[in-house]
Design a binder for this molecule. Structure first.
Ligand code: NG1
Ligand code: ZN
Length: 548
């Protein structure tokens, strides 16, 4: 494309998606995320970038998802999806940030610079898949995305309202047709189809019952489960709550993030003692389970718990299929409960790696294993399988001894049920249900595996959260001076104490995490560390108080 045709980039910007704010915005762990009314020009520009990225990838399809995940309704966001369905390559985050922040007047020349810098052949075709969540600001932003794609002569394809993982799945399928069909129906066919395929292999028995309650966070995940529900023929009886009607607000006092962080049940859900409930987040890429006991006390089964459940079951099947030489490993972040890490290493005897927060880090580390299970404690995670693992399992499924074959065939269903591109609440829900059904387990047996250490998360607002630097997968901080030694000193006073702080990648806050042997102790330790952050890292507003 000759440079003169870039004039249209400016024309679209000025006439339709002008930059109306000077607030600096950064492509973080989950793309750009802020108040929806600050985003239109940003999303338009990401449409431009998606086309450039597609051309750099030889015309392979790139994804754009309009969502702010678990944030409340007034926020929105955009993230780019790379050709294999993974998050945008990290080195492009800086380019995205630059393009998002230049003035409209400099947009044409900056676009030209970017094209040169990444050596994009602008004569190639370019394809961009666009999806959005249920926010009322999403359609407008999706239109801005499509205009960005059109401005650089790419071809946008709009998927309308889909979960984030559905969009990742479609991008992957479009670029690799062995993975599936790149449509919402193709997703149901593969993932839900695999769940239906286990019905004869795994009869319902023991304490497992087929009723599952779901908190849909008033977002897109619940809506899609409502479509799926009708096709399940009693294999799973979904009772769906918080589907977005009846004045329910997106993520407000409900959804996976609320349940995990507040450790309280969501509003809008009926409860029965020991009935398992799955809680999704607003764009359907996170899931946690919980139940209330007969005293209405809540018990949380979070991402760590899901990871250990899946890893132990896959280990069992690998053993039964006698697939030798395949390495299974688990990837966590510093937020993983210490008790889960101990259980994985000492009881499951599965290797664990700890990486920095952010799915891209987990995903990358998981690829080092033949079967890599990764989960953030907040319920974002999935399983990835190497080519070698898939081939070996497929061979045994066809040629093995009867018992081996049976296990390998179950593994194949398990693999098909997994959305390997990214954490996926719907896919994870079917994986969890499969394991519980295979074992004849209810929530109590699942909970018995290990006992979580009480923990607490807090946020502290500071002048500049980037004043905090971390090392060792964010478990220790190197700046500001004196903070780590203060944290060490505070932690030392607690039994089974652990604490760390890090700047959030999605909110303008510093996050504090603590663990200790009792909830009171964890709460107190978190508050003390929050005070230390406030004092040593330039706290703003009121100094955090210690618990009464
Ligand atoms: P930040 O805001 O960087 O802590 C949060 C989650 C991440 C990840 C991203 C993307 C926690 C503590 N942090 O990141 O795990 O999911 O959002 O959504 O849950
Ligand atoms: Zn999400």
């Amino acid at each position: 494309m000759p440079p003169s045709s870039l004039r249209v980039v400016y024309a679209f910007a000025r006439e339709m998606h002008p930059k109306t704010s000077d607030v600096f915005i950064q492509y973080g762990t989950a793309g750009f995320r802020t108040k929806a009314n600050l985003l239109e020009h940003v999303v338009y520009r990401m449409g431009l970038l998606a086309v450039i990225r597609s051309r750099v990838k030889n015309g392979r399809t790139i994804g754009m998802m309009i969502t702010a995940s678990h944030n409340l309704e007034p926020d929105n966001g955009v993230k780019l999806v790379d050709p294999d369905g993974e998050m945008l390559e990290q080195s492009w985050e800086e380019i995205a940030t630059r393009l998002a922040n230049v003035s409209d007047n400099d947009l044409e020349s900056t676009t030209e610079q970017v094209i040169k810098q990444v050596n994009a052949d602008m004569s190639l075709k370019a394809s961009v898949f666009i999806g959005m969540d249920t926010r009322y600001t999403s359609p407008r932003l999706a239109a801005a995305a499509a205009n960005g794609v059109i401005a650089l002569k790419g071809t946008p394809k709009e998927f309308g309202i889909v979960t984030t993982p559905m969009l990742h799945f479609c991008v992957k399928c479009r670029n690799d047709n062995t993975y599936g069909t790149p449509t919402e129906e193709g997703y149901y066919e593969k993932i839900v189809g695999a769940f239906k395929n286990i019905r004869d292999k795994l009869p319902v028995y023991g304490d497992y019952n087929t009723t599952l309650y779901v908190d849909g966070a008033n977002g897109v995940g619940g809506k899609k489960l409502n479509i799926i529900r009708k096709s399940l023929d009693g294999e799973l009886d979904l009772n769906l709550y918080n589907l977005g009607g009846n004045g329910g607000k997106l993520n407000l006092n409900c959804g996976a993030d609320f349940v995990k962080v507040s450790q309280t049940p969501p509003v809008g859900v009926e409860h029965a003692p020991f009935q398992r409930v799955a809680s999704l987040d607003g764009d359907g890429d996170r899931i946690v389970y919980y139940y209330l006991d007969d005293k209405e006390k809540m018990h949380l089964l979070d991402g760590d718990r899901i990871a250990t459940l899946l890893a132990s079951y896959v280990t069992e099947l690998l053993r039964a299929s006698e697939a030798s030489g395949l390495r299974l490993g688990l990837v966590q972040t510093a937020y993983a409960n210490g008790a889960s890490t101990r259980y994985i290493t000492e009881e499951l005897k599965v290797p664990v790696s700890c990486v920095k927060t952010g799915v891209k880090h987990l995903h990358h580390a998981a690829l080092a294993y033949d079967v890599g299970v990764y989960f953030e404690a907040n319920g974002h995670g999935t399983v990835v399988y190497s080519k070698a693992a898939k081939n070996a399992i497929s061979k045994i499924a066809q040629e093995g001894e009867p018992e081996q074959r049976k296990a390998a065939q179950l593994l194949q269903n398990f693999i098909d049920m997994t959305n390997e591109t990214v954490g996926d609440a719907i896919s994870d829900l079917f994986l969890v249900e499969t394991v519980l059904r295979a074992r004849g387990h209810g929530v109590r047996q699942w909970m018995e595996a290990y006992t979580d250490l009480p923990c607490r998360q807090l946020k502290v607002t500071v002048q500049d959260r980037n004043a905090i630097s971390t090392t060792d997968a964010e478990r220790r901080c190197t700046a500001p001076e004196g903070l780590q030694s203060k944290i060490d000193e505070l932690v030392a006073a607690y039994t089974s104490g652990r604490a760390f702080v890090r700047p959030s990648g999605t909110e303008d806050v510093v996050r504090v995490y603590s663990e200790a042997d009792t909830q009171e102790a964890a709460d107190k330790l978190a508050a003390e560390v929050a005070q230390a952050v406030f004092d040593l890292a330039g706290g703003v507003g009121e100094r955090p108080a210690l618990p009464a």
